[in-house]
Design a protein around this ligand. Structure first.
Ligand code: PLP
Length: 401
């Protein structure tokens, strides 16, 4: 029975499973150790009260036969799509309408599945280091070649190094790329891209016929007015870009699950409307995010919801400042953590050696930069998503090393 050969090309296990196994083994042999995790990008603050109230009243509606709802519309309830289009786009002066919003359960799912729109012959370009989902989903789909054991790179993929030298914003690819994955504020480096630099990418994609998948899952962390909140801030983005957003990192929906993709109606390739293709795909493979969760998403845009979300972001960004300042004072070279919850630090040794040292000597879990790609070697990612107390304790332990 032939299987999907793409899976044979996958290198090792998913990064976070490897880390979890190492941490579990360490805890088993050191049961007294108080391990603090600043590793995986999960949030810790509870849901905003506005969201909790919306959930409660939506549950009450579901309990009453007069207001009960069954299957949600495939593409999302219009109350949510309209609220998103107005608040995230139109109020900021970006041209995106409600029927271009596709509600889903997660940006991970969207970023892994969006490449179904493109032929298996198309060539992807990814940042290096990169959020592993973009790459692994294309490997599984069979769009890449095998992984070179020496370089750690898959065949038929354009890797765009993001290094200290280029400010962690990649150069335009030298060869033609069909699908370009960009993520700003970036996971894992925590760095951002100015509107001018992003405009260069949009111009490139329009010139070359590429499509940009712009992952803006961390948009809410931007405080610098020079940093765009959406790729649609750039002229011409409607003809070359799909944007992915999530409620996970701003409103704490990592366990509740809600996200959306923007696919503009102007995005045409090979005579086909990517908007219509994604609508068809969504309708065929997805039965819609739960009503109660979509009501919870809508509540994020109420005045109370916005205020509470500002509070949550402020909490995490204060953690980011504590980590940045603490590590810088301890002599580390640190990046990110200013418009992003991620701090990217130079390890001064191999990423996995640093991981082991942090785990064993400080009982702190971070993420080895090399797990995000070859150019992440020598770096280490810490996140600001912990509690304030654990953040202080972790920084103190690192400083005492
Ligand atoms: N995109 C990026 C860049 C992420 O870092 C993450 C989660 O860590 C996601 C998407 C996943 O978002 P969601 O929880 O909506 O699936």
């Amino acid at each position: 029975m032939p299987v999907n050969e793409g899976f044979r090309n996958l290198r090792g296990s998913y990064l976070f499973s490897t880390i979890a196994k190492k941490v579990a083994a360490y805890k088993a042999s050191h049961p007294e150790a108080e391990v603090i995790s600043l590793g995986i990008g999960d949030v810790t603050r509870p849901l905003p009260q506005a969201v909790v109230s919306a959930l409660h009243s939506a549950v009450e509606e579901m309990a009453d036969e007069k207001t009960f709802r069954g299957y949600a519309p495939d593409l999302g309830y219009s109350f949510l799509r309209e609220t998103i289009a107005k608040n995230d786009y139109q109020d900021r002066g970006y041209d995106v309408s409600a029927d271009e919003i596709f509600v889903s359960e997660g940006a991970k799912t969207d970023s892994a599945c969006i490449s179904e729109l493109f032929s298996l012959d198309s060539r992807i370009a990814v940042c290096d280091p990169v959020y592993p989902v973009y790459l692994d989903s294309n490997v599984m789909a069979g769009r890449t070649g095998a992984c070179d054991p020496v370089t750690g790179q898959y065949g038929n993929v354009i890797y765009m190094p993001c290094t200290k030298e280029n400010g962690f914003v990649p150069e335009l690819p030298a060869a033609h790329a069909d699908i370009i994955y960009l993520c700003f504020p970036n996971n894992p480096t925590g760095m951002t891209c100015t509107k001018e630099r992003l405009q260069e990418w949009v111009d490139y994609a329009n010139r070359d016929g590429s499509v940009i998948i712009y992952d803006a899952a961390y948009e809410a962390y931007i405080s610098d007015p020079a940093i765009p909140h959406s790729i649609y801030a750039c002229e011409g983005a409607r003809t070359c870009a799909i944007e992915l957003r999530s409620f996970s990192k701003n409103a704490g929906f990592t366990g509740l699950r809600l996200a959306f993709a923007v696919v503009p109606v102007d995005l045409i390739r090979d005579g086909m409307s990517l908007h219509d293709m994604w609508a068809r795909r969504h309708g065929t493979k997805y039965n819609g995010a739960p009503y109660i969760v979509q009501r919870a998403g809508e509540a994020c845009y109420s005045e109370e919801g916005k205020e509470e979300i500002r509070g949550i972001i402020g909490y995490y960004m204060e953690n980011a400042r504590i980590i940045r300042d603490g590590l810088a004072a301890a002599g580390y070279e640190v990046y990110g953590g200013e418009n992003s919850p991620y701090i990217w630090l130079r390890a001064g040794k191999s990423s996995w050696d640093f991981f082991d040292e942090m785990l064993e000597r400080a009982n702190i879990v971070g993420t080895p930069g090399s797990g995000f790609g070859p150019s992440g070697e020598g770096y280490f990612r810490l996140t600001a998503f912990g509690s304030r107390e654990n953040t202080f304790r972790a920084v103190e332990r690192i400083r005492n090393l």
